[in-house]
Design a binder for this molecule. Sequence first.
Ligand code: GDP
Ligand code: MG
Length: 598
Amino acid sequence: EKQARIRNFSIIAHIDHGKSTLADRILEKTGALTKREMQEQFLDRMDLERERGITIKLQSVRLPYKARDGREYILNLIDTPGHVDFTYEVSRSLQACEGALLVVDASQGVEAQTLANVYLALENDLEIIPVINKIDLPSAEPERVKQEIEDVIGLDASNAVLASAKSGIGIEEILEQIIEKVPPPEGDEKAPLRALIFDSLYDSYKGVIIYTRVVEGTIKKGMPIKMMSTGKTFEVTEVGAFTPNAITLDELKPGEVGFVCANIKNVRDTRVGDTITNADNPAIEPLPGYRRINPMVFCGLYPVDSSDYDDLREALEKLELNDASLSYEPETSQALGFGFRCGFLGLLHMEIIQERIEREFGIQLITTAPSVVYKVYKTDQTMLEIENPTLMPPVQEIERVEEPYVKASIMVPDDFVGAVMEICQNKRGQYVTLNYLDTNRVNLVYELPLAEIVYDFFDQLKSNTKGYASYDYELVGYKASNLVKMDILLNGEVVDALSFIVHRERAYQRGRALVEKLRKLIPRQMFEVPIQAAIGNKVIARETISAMRKNVLAKCYGGDVSRKRKLLEKQKEGKKRMKAVGNVEVPQEAFMAVLKID
Ligand code: GDP
Ligand code: MG
């Protein structure tokens, strides 16, 4: 029977341990792609992913495989992202699988994200197959890593595959273990349809393309379907799968993974995590959906050119469809005009969305510094959740402010423990525990304000540990802190988009550093521009940008045309990311400067 020969699996790993490379080898081995067709890291389809070398969007691909037992199997590989910001997408893709390959770098061993991903896989009851990758490296220590998998994760690693995704070692063994250990999908094909939407994509010809895994029943062309959360109905126009190229199929049955098109024009009608059922014979209960996770970091996105506002809204709508963890709401800033307040899972997520908007939709953006969500308890007994510092009520109305805290696990060689503790202390961290993973690696646990993590915590961590530290964090709740709003005034006017929230003890130092930085970033104007940092009415720091004395071009002698042109071009370049705030031209970097002042 066909269903007994389906295997659905994901690959999970800490970043850079070789997940994408292994996926490529598996595609090659199963003949899905010939060597010649093979573009490196095929599953990392977005340009951005390839450039940054990280996997953002999960992708699925159906692979026929003839096993050693002589039978033909269908393997569905679902790729997952490897960065801490994208845990949500990992858990989505795992829900569509029965098994997972756990890839661990033979020279690095178990890292923070290895553990985090294993927990997600265990939560989803997946069969985990350990793979020790990069055994070709001279520094590989497969036996030590095996032991570490047993000690730290508690998984039996005695049959772990020793592999090199780079040189193609162990690939067949991996496929055989998938056949042998990952259970085939269950699910009755006669039952009413229940199919999980685990991703979707907008195509201007076909409308929304839904990536789905059928759990029960059958979905086929011409069938009326209903989205269980919204009740919206459609007629299926096409079903198929990616091999990795899209192929059309007659139907998708239980355990099968593929795509469905149904002339869906409104991106909001397909919600990731929703269940598709048969409109004529609906299922009673939807599948357990995804737990919706809340964005942790917010920032304002404003078009440089205000006539791009509608295009920006459309871009966000399309990106949201593809990325359920992105949120946005219209917002107005006195300084920047009309834009959106957007919520992200973390800083990398934020950067990637910004880059996608600029590249894929051609909209130039001004972004404001990211902020976390504060809970403000007011003296009138009400509570406000504030994700934009501008909205902080006046001090006299505030009883207390609470900020989100995370528990961060940092894995690092023990030589760096001192350095890591110092950084954590500087970031207002509270020490929780330290334990040894093996003779010279430790897991250090701290509780830290999320807001401090946003301020280049991980860059500092990496650079102070020669890149050896790996980390993971989860939200643990809110705690009261002595926080104040800092305003920045340009030419005597508060620039709302530059306000930020800071711990009172650090306020003076940050305010001082920021005005100094802004003085360097904001170009001279025709007049003198004072920059001030203030808490309430109290100015705590001041700098002045002196007026431009003469036209820069006056410096070039009449004859030197090419130099003049260069200068003009350079000015134009610089202009692109300028926003006129009152009568002062402010460059993009100024709005992000607060992040880089420690
Ligand atoms: P991912 O972040 O887990 O998807 O990791 P990638 O597949 O992008 O690999 C990260 C880096 O490790 C790349 O430079 C790969 O070429 C390299 N790499 C992956 N597998 C191997 C391997 O088996 N041996 C060696 N030496 N390098 C590998
Ligand atoms: Mg990758």
